[in-house]
Design a protein around this ligand. Structure first.
Ligand SMILES: *[C@@H]1O[C@H](CO)[C@@H](O)[C@H](O)[C@H]1NC(C)=O
Ligand SMILES: *[C@@H]1O[C@H](CO)[C@@H](O)[C@H](O)[C@H]1NC(C)=O
Length: 224
C-alpha cells in the first residue's frame, strides 16, 4: 500500500495497530468442540508375548494421548471425561482431523484404526467408532451439535453467525477505507497548500528581481 506523503511513520504504525485489533475483535465462533473419550473396548492387543499394551490416541500434528487405564482386551472401560489426559482433541468446525488409535511397542507402533474424525459425525454430541476385531469406542463432544435437524434448519446458528461476521467485516473495512481516504485527502490538501506557498514565495521574490515588472505582476496577482 502506498501511503500519502503526509502520513508520518508514527501514524502509520497507529493505523496498523488499529487494523489489527479491529480484525481480532470480529466476533468469531468461539464455541470449543472438545472431544472426550466416553467408553472404549479393545478386542485385541498386538503384543507378541503376554504383557500390558500401551494404547494411545493420536491426531495428526498433535501430541499422543496415552490411555493409561486401557490394559486388558475385551473389557469395557468407561470414563468421566475429567481424567487427566482428557480431552483427546479439539475439532475445528469445517474440517475433519485424521486421528487414530494405536498401540506403542518397543520397535514399532501397531494401529487399531486411523480415520477422519469429523465434527459432523457426532449425533447429539455422541459418536461411536467400531472397527471389526480391533476396538469399539464412543466419543463425546457436547458442542458438536450436528444433529439431523441442523442441516434441515436453514437459519441455523452458524448461518446467523456467518452473517454477523460478514456485516462486521464490511463495517470495519468501510471505516478503515474512509479513514485512509480521509488521510489521503488531507495529505493532498497539505501538499497543495505547500506548493501554493512555494509558488507565492517564488512570485514574491521575483517581484524584487524584476523591479520593472512590479506593476504587471501585481495586476496579474489581483486577477488570480
Ligand atoms: C463448549 O463451548 C463453550 C464455549 O463456547 C466452552 O466453554 C465449553 O468448554 C465447551 N465444551 C466442550 C465440552 O467443548
Ligand atoms: C460399542 O459400544 C457401545 C457403547 O458401549 C455399544 O452401545 C455398542 O453396541 C457397541 N457396538 C459394537 C458393535 O460392539
Amino acid at each position: 500500500m502506498r501511503w500519502p506523503p503526509s502520513v508520518s511513520p508514527r501514524r502509520r504504525r497507529l493505523l496498523v495497530v488499529v487494523l489489527f485489533f479491529a480484525l481480532c475483535s470480529i466476533p468469531g465462533n468461539y464455541s470449543q468442540r472438545l472431544v472426550t473419550l466416553d467408553t472404549i473396548d479393545i478386542f485385541t492387543t498386538h503384543e507378541w508375548f503376554p504383557s500390558k499394551p500401551t494404547v494411545y490416541f493420536h491426531c495428526n500434528g498433535e501430541d499422543k494421548v496415552y490411555l493409561p487405564d486401557v490394559k486388558e482386551a475385551n473389557s469395557i472401560y468407561s470414563f468421566k471425561g475429567e481424567e487427566s489426559w482428557q480431552p483427546l482433541t479439539e475439532l475445528p468446525k469445517k474440517k475433519c482431523k485424521r486421528c487414530g488409535l494405536y498401540e506403542e511397542n518397543i520397535f514399532k507402533r501397531d494401529m487399531y484404526d486411523e480415520w477422519e474424525l469429523c465434527y459432523s459425525d457426532f449425533k447429539d454430541g455422541k459418536y461411536t467408532h467400531f472397527k471389526q476385531g480391533q476396538f469399539n469406542a464412543t466419543f463425546l463432544c457436547p458442542n458438536c451439535t450436528a444433529s439431523a435437524g441442523d442441516s434441515a434448519n436453514h437459519h441455523s446458528d452458524s448461518d446467523v453467525e456467518t452473517k454477523k461476521t460478514s456485516v462486521t467485516v464490511i463495517i470495519v473495512v468501510s471505516v478503515l477505507a474512509s479513514v485512509i481516504v480521509g488521510i489521503a485527502l488531507f495529505g493532498a490538501y497539505k501538499y497543495w497548500q505547500k506548493k501554493k506557498r512555494e509558488r507565492d514565495e517564488a512570485r514574491f521574490l521575483k517581484l524584487f528581481e524584476d523591479g520593472d515588472d512590479v506593476e504587471d505582476e501585481l495586476g496579474l496577482g489581483n486577477e488570480l
